[in-house]
Write a protein of this length. Structure first.
Ligand SMILES: Cc1cc2nc3c(=O)[nH]c(=O)nc-3n(C[C@H](O)[C@H](O)[C@H](O)COP(=O)(O)O)c2cc1C
Ligand code: SF4
Ligand code: FES
Lengths: 439, 168, 788
């Protein structure tokens, strides 16, 4: 349903089958489908884990943790069943990539879950898809059913003697449920409240059993790694950042869209070449490089390689691959407010700093943006965010605090422009000049 | 607890088949709760007291536990919405491309506010958080259908279409 | 497990491996603040107050969820840590109404304390606070949303602790709210644990709210007077016109066998003491009507008539009925007074359990009874009959806690699907009345298996399952076996012999009232003296008591028969209501001279010739023995002027009969002063008084009304009661060895009549408790609505 785009710089691995009708299992099989899992069946668990480790694949869910490493933490022996869990809750503002994978290549996710299961010795996997993605759930449910019908899932898959079940599971609207331990709670039929760690999911996860949890894109990359080899995959990216990833370009761009680019692709180039530059002929004000949780970068900071380590060095995070571009008519206070409104709405409410902090930040920013700001508010906003950072129960609090601190630090003057009863300077410039793309 | 087998609520056969199968997917009954609630809501229109009592009984939960879960998830509701629930995303990517103006437009056009329902019960309106359509912003969902790269004019057409469909 | 060494604030400390950092710190006196952490309940990590700095960790860590590791270096009070905590308090206060001046928790509020310690002087917020109206969830539970800090203690104690699960959390984020199970009200056991555990004033008690400030009360630790479990309760007491009023009950200091547990009765049902129907003057029947009289008049009349009957018709024409709620001292004194002064063995009480049978069965088997603490620590528990959730709430709490925290195995054999089965790892439903058969089967009598299996309904076991269950039970070591009044006489003997085949098994016999066990042990029986000594072997008591009647006296039903035949000329009823509770026909007693000591004009009191207004257990000092045999100190808290403790009344009647009171109560010869009996309600005051007396070289003076004087004698004479007095006076419970005097079984199990009180009823006391009644009415009203 979502429009596909393309650019010559793209390296199509995950998106290889996009638009090819691969939702049909027969078509998927024609396009090398289910070859990787059969190869993996012959490799043995340790070899799979090593291959994935060596590929330099890092989690596409946001934290960028080495996938192979994560799998290696799962104990070999376990009294309780082990589980593989695909995180398809995709809710980070600015991110719309897993959606395309589910829409165009659902079997790749299934195959990825299967390989992960083989790697850790699990016999049951779940693919969790956010509730809003009903049409994708329908696609996924059919894909799973087709795989069962072919004997790829269930007892004795590919006559290997290995039993493996995979089930679909659906959410019902909650960003926090994307957090791995909250996702497990949700799957167990509970409120999406994260769990205390340690123990980590790899040791104690779903229903107390060791659990591997990976983002849908991460898992979709796995079959390609198994077929193409770790070396090939690693070399597509930069050192320690193997492969390609789906970048979701959004905001004030001429050619927004989801593009598959090698890890380490230059951000500036991504914006001006791949994304077609700033729309309406405006100038660039700032870029959110990895979803709403990541601190903004100023125009002078965007000459950066888009891999986990480089972006971190630039003071932000690669996150979930959602690149949101702000043109120079954007009010940063407004942007900060909308971001905070989201976190206030999505905070699970479990811990004090996140629950209360997001509420006060939203309230203060609302008043501030409405023109009733006080000078002390600017420091207060920073103080509140700073006191949330690193003190919350789960990283959602950090996700709310980090961008907020960056907004204040990098755009203090713009905050000050809102003071003394002055209306928002950007509302003042008038609609003609602001030109939302919508008009 | 006395299980009154006579008074089981009637859901569609499709729901029952899905529910029965889903229970086989998990080691605990309550695991089926969240998706089941959404499917039940789709059929009944809202998670009424009756639905809550029914599902609580089926999944060995107290009604309180079911309510606790319902109130956590933003798609779940205990009050009926309009036949077409128009959900306009105003989160950052959409905001940058006019999501808020689109929402305002819908408010005016439908004459209702956030979480309001039109008098004829046809439409309800909701400002929602990111729905995963950032690269095709601004976007909205009507029930489960995505509508992307919207403008006010496109939105008008869309609403008219739904209205036609809904009053046929 | 081996100990771990770590450094906290520069101090080297050791702690058992696996312990939580917050507990390790506490054990060496380093207090790490917390709201959501509560020992014994599941971990939350939600309030973030307990953050500490641990070396090599990038972020601050929560001490409540971190387990100690070898070599860990921790700072609990650095600037960074203090700032983090201060920020937490600021955030909490942001939405907090700051209505401390009118909040019940003011002065006892953990948020107040925290704000004081970490300082959040200036408010950083300009916006309005979120507000919500206060809600009443039940007659006793009020919820004030804005004060709630979402520590989830209430939710956990209700679910994990009580196994009631009546509270939940609804919505998310800043809209999160604690919610009751019935939309806007609670359907629960009304234990009030949620109120007590709330660190702030979010949950308040309908019985206490807006009555007083915590610092305006005196706090007296005493024992609950309702069921037989003997919970310690700290009563908040305030002066009032009528004397001293009890306004609150809790056990927040976690002293006593019940830790912080109390059920609805312990927490609220002290209010019968201030019921308007409370008797405050002696009544004498004149011209057929009970008419107010002076104490002197009353005592003189009773003394005269008792003496006349004794001297004219003999002691056997007098009957004495004692109480399950008076103290050991009073029961002992009554027993002694009956035998030594009234010269009668016609002594009885409302029997609710067969303690004498247990004593008899345990002859020659010392150390076989379990204490209430054992129920919390035993690796296995076997419960036969009874419904502890309703009848022994503390025992039920101990069992649940033990199963939850120590994974004890619980086995339940019962004729009803009682709630505790949820904690059971093995349970069997038996036909009503077949508990004894199950005991015989456990003991090896397989012929009874058919009776247990055949008539089974749902929940019953098959033959194989019964045998498997027996094997598992037989395999348990150090098991506590608790049984209800379903087992009596020889069934108890059978159970004891089965228990003797197990390693380390101990027994608990479940009786119904606060001092049923004490009444039994102090010899309120026609055939037994204190310590289950048969009346025929009264020699032991001769020295202290003088010459005693040797023939078995009349049991209560026999006394009624004698009255009917015109042979019972006088009946002395102390704190008991045989007409109301045991369905004694009041008409039968019309020819006897009846004296009743009670708080209210009970069914029995209405037909009496003299009624004396009695103080209750909250208004006097003494000791109670709970159903397990744990001896505890009862302290005076409240006071209603012009009532008297039963102890004093017995002494005064004896005096009026011309008896030498110093022979009855050996006052002056003891070593201990009274415990505030006559000096007001303040705890500690008696101690201060004693200290003052000693400092001035004055002997603590004792009166014949001092129950502590007769405690000396009890300790000397009653087998098992020779425990440390210092420990007792310090408020500690002491488990008593049951007196196994070697008496044979008394064969009248039919005289046992369990009270069957539940959480919301408590005999006569319950009828006069406004709180219990309001909860009860509220519940009936709701079930009517539901039935409509
Ligand atoms: C608040 C929050 C929301 C998250 N949402 C998502 C999500 O929607 N999808 C996702 O894959 N990971 C999400 N994550 C990250 C997951 O916790 C987890 O790290 C990830 O699923 C692991 O997969 P990966 O190793 O393949 O990235 C979220 C994390 C946080 C703290
Ligand atoms: S009501 Fe009290 S105990 Fe319960 S969560 Fe709120 S503050 Fe904590
Ligand atoms: S921000 Fe609107 S769909 Fe993502």
């Amino acid at each position: 349903m979502a429009t596909l785009v393309s650019h010559p710089d793209e390296v199509r691995v995950i998106s290889k089958r996009f638009g090819q009708g691969a939702t049909e299992i027969e078509r998927y099989l024609q396009l090398d489908g289910y070859k990787a899992v059969q190869k993996a069946l012959g490799m043995g668990a340790d070899a799979i884990v090593n291959e994935v480790k060596n590929s330099g694949l890092r989690g596409r869910g946001g934290a960028g943790f080495s996938t192979g490493m994560k799998w290696s933490f799962v104990p070999k022996q376990s009294a309780k069943p082990k589980y593989v869990l695909c995180n398809g809750d995709e809710s980070e503002p600015g991110t719309c990539k897993d959606r395309l994978i589910f829409e165009h290549d659902p079997h790749a996710v299934i195959e990825g879950v299967m390989i992960a299961a083989l790697a850790v010795g699990s016999h049951i996997g779940y693919i969790y898809i956010r509730g809003e993605y009903r049409y994708l759930s329908v696609i996924m449910q059919k894909a799973i059913k087709d795989a069962y019908a072919k004997g790829f899932l269930g007892k004795n898959i590919f006559s290997s003697g290995y039993d493996l079940d995979i089930h679909w599971h659906g959410g019902a609207g909650a960003y926090e449920v994307g957090e791995e331990s909250a996702l497990m709670e949700s799957l167990e039929g509970k409120r999406g409240i994260p769990r205390i760690r340690p123990p980590f999911p790899a040791v104690v996860g779903l229903w107390g059993g060791p659990t591997v949890i990976n983002n849908a894109e991460t898992l979709a990359a796995v079959p390609h790694i198994i077929l193409g080899g770790a070396d090939w995959y690693a070399k597509l990216g930069t050192p320690k950042n193997g492969g390609t990833r789906l970048f979701c370009l959004s905001g004030n761009l001429n050619k927004p869209g989801v593009y598959e680019l090698p890890m380490g692709y230059n951000l500036k180039k991504m914006i001006y070449e791949v994304g077609g530059g700033i729309s309406n002929g405006r100038g660039l004000k700032a870029v959110v490089p990895g979803g709403s949780s990541t601190p903004v970068l100023l125009p002078e900071e965007i000459d950066v390689a888009m891999d986990f380590d480089s972006v971190a060095k630039a003071g932000s995070m690669l996150g979930s691959g959602g690149v949101v571009v702000l043109d120079d008519t954007t009010c940063i206070v407004k942007f900060a407010l909308r971001t905070m409104k989201f976190y206030r709405h999505e905070s699970c409410g479990w811990c004090i700093p996140c629950r209360e902090g997001t509420d006060w930040l939203e309230k203060t920013l609302t008043r501030f943006h409405a023109g009733a700001g006080l000078k002390k508010d600017i420091d207060n906003i920073y103080y509140l965010a700073e006191n949330m950072l690193g003190k919350t129960f789960c990283p959602l609090g950090d996700a709310a605090a980090m961008p907020t601190m960056a907004f204040v630090k990098k755009f203090r003057e713009e905050f000050e422009d809102h003071l003394d009863g002055k209306p928002c300077p950007f509302e003042r410039t008038g609609a003609a000049e602001r030109q939302p793309v919508l008009a | 607890m006395i299980v009154d087998t006579q008074n089981f609520m009637k859901f569609s056969d499709e729901f029952e088949a899905r529910f029965t199968e889903m229970l086989t997917h998990y080691p605990t009954r309550r695991s089926a709760l969240v998706p089941t609630l959404l499917y039940a809501q789709d059929e009944v229109g809202a998670l009424t007291d009756e639905v809550i009592a029914e599902l609580a009984q089926r999944l060995d939960l107290t009604e309180l536990e079911v309510r606790n879960v319902i109130s956590y998830y933003s798609m779940l509701t205990t009050k009926p919405r309009g036949k077409y629930n128009v959900q306009v995303c105003t989160n950052i990517a959409c905001m940058l491309r006019g999501g808020e103006e689109l929402l305002d437009h819908c408010k005016k056009k439908l004459g209702i506010g956030h979480k309001g329902t039109t008098e004829d019960g046809l439409f309800s309106l909701e400002e929602v958080e990111c729905i995963g359509a950032c690269s095709w912003a601004p976007a909205a969902q009507v029930n489960y259908d995505f509508h992307e790269n919207l403008t006010n004019a496109k939105m008008d057409e869309l609403l008219d279409e739904y209205k036609k469909k809904g009053t046929q | 497990m081996p100990d771990v060494t770590l450094t906290v604030d520069g101090k080297k400390i050791t702690a058992p491996a696996g312990s939580l950092l917050i507990e390790a710190c506490k054990s060496v006196g380093i207090e790490v603040p917390s709201f959501c952490y509560y020992p014994g309940l599941s971990l939350q990590g939600a309030c973030r107050m307990c953050v500490v700095k641990i070396e090599k960790m990038p972020k601050l860590q929560t001490a409540c969820t971190t387990t100690v590791t070898e070599g860990m270096i921790v700072a609990t009070d650095s600037d960074e840590v203090r700032q983090a905590r201060k920020a937490m308090v600021e955030l909490l206060l942001g939405n907090h109404p700051l209505d401390c001046p009118v909040c019940d928790a003011g002065g006892e509020c953990e948020l107040q304390d925290m704000a004081f310690s970490y300082g959040a002087p200036e408010s950083k917020y300009t916006e309005a606070k979120n507000h919500r109206e206060e809600q009443q969830w039940s007659p006793v539970v009020y919820f004030d949303r804005p004060r709630c800090i979402l520590c989830y203690r209430c939710v956990r104690v209700c679910g994990e602790g009580m196994d009631v699960w009546a509270l939940g959390v609804q919505n998310r984020g800043v809209s999160s709210i604690i919610a009751p199970n019935q939309n806007d009200h609670l359907d629960c056991e009304e234990c009030g644990m949620c109120i007590d555990i709330c660190p702030v004033g979010a949950l308040t008690s309908g019985a206490y709210r807006y009555k007083t400030r915590p610092w305006e009360m005196n706090h007296v630790g005493t024992i609950c007077t309702h069921c037989g479990d003997g919970c310690k309760t700290t009563l908040g007491v305030r002066c009032c016109d009528a004397g001293a009023e009890i306004v609150r009950g809790d056990n927040r200091d976690k002293s006593g066998i019940n830790n912080d547990f109390l059920c609805i009765k312990g927490r609220y049902a002290f209010d019968f003491a201030h019921h308007k129907d409370r008797l405050t003057e002696p009544l004498i029947r004149k011209n057929g009507k009970l008419t107010p009289a002076t104490w002197e008049e009353a005592f003189e009349l009773i003394g005269k008539r008792f003496r006349e009957v004794r001297d004219h018709d003999g002691g056997s024409a007098i009957g004495v009925v004692g109480s399950n709620r008076t103290t050991n001292e009073e029961n002992y004194l009554l027993s002694k007074f009956a035998r030594a002064v009234l010269k009668t063995n016609n002594v009885d009480h409302h029997r609710t359990a067969d303690f004498p049978a247990l004593a008899a069965a345990l002859h020659g088997k010392p150390g076989k009874t379990a204490s209430m603490r054992d129920a919390l620590n035993a690796p296995a528990i076997l419960l036969i009959g009874n419904d502890p959730t309703n009848q022994h709430p503390l025992l039920a709490w101990q069992i649940r806690t033990n199963v939850r925290l120590r994974r004890a195995k619980l086995y339940v054999i019962n004729a009803a699907p009682i709630k505790l089965r949820r904690q059971a790892s093995g349970s069997a439903l038996v036909p009503a009345g077949a508990e004894a058969k199950a005991v015989a089967f456990l003991g090896g009598d397989d012929s009874l298996l058919d009776a247990l299996v055949d008539s089974q309904v749902a929940g019953g076991l098959t033959r194989e399952a019964w045998i498997a269950l027996r094997e598992r039970i037989r395999g348990e070591q150090n098991m506590v076996i608790a049984f209800g009044s379903e087992l009596r006489g020889h069934d108890i003997e059978r159970l004891v012999s089965f228990a003797s085949t197990l390693t380390g098994a101990k027994l608990i016999c479940l009786g119904d009232y606060a001092n049923s066990r004490g009444a039994s042990e102090m010899g309120l029986y026609p055939d037994l003296l204190p310590g289950y000594e048969p009346v025929a072997r009264a020699d032991r008591f001769q020295k202290e008591w003088g010459k005693l009647p040797r023939e078995t006296g009349l049991s209560l039903p026999e006394m009624v028969e004698a009255a009917k035949a015109g042979k019972l000329k006088a009946l002395y009823v102390v704190g008991s209501n045989p007409v109301g509770r045991l369905k004694v026909d009041p008409f039968v007693l019309s020819k006897s001279f009846v004296v009743v000591q009670d708080m209210f004009l009970t069914e029995t009191a209405t037909i009496a010739d003299v009624v004396l207004p009695a103080a209750n257990a909250y208004e006097k000092t003494g000791t109670y023995t709970n159903t397990c045999g744990d001896l505890q100190l009862v302290k005076k808290a409240g006071e209603i002027s012009n009532t008297k403790p039963d102890f004093e009344m017995i002494v005064r009647i004896a005096d009026a009969m011309g008896c030498d009171v110093s022979g009855l109560v050996p006052f002056g010869s003891g070593t201990h002063s009274d415990m505030g009996q006559t000096r007001g309600a303040q705890s500690g005051e008696a101690d201060r008084h004693a200290v003052w007396l000693e400092a001035h070289n004055l002997e603590p003076k004792m009166t014949p009304f001092d129950p502590m004087a007769i405690l000396d004698e009890i300790q000397r004479v009653v087998a098992g009661y020779d425990v440390s007095r210092v420990n007792l006076l310090a408020g500690n419970d002491q488990h008593l060895e049951i007196a196994e005097s070697g008496a044979s079984l008394i064969q009248q199990p039919e005289l046992i009549d369990p009270a069957n009180d539940d959480l919301f009823s408590s005999g006569t006391l319950g009828r006069y408790s406004k709180t219990l009644n309001s909860v009860f009415e509220n519940k009936s009203a709701e079930s009517e609505v539901a039935a409509d």
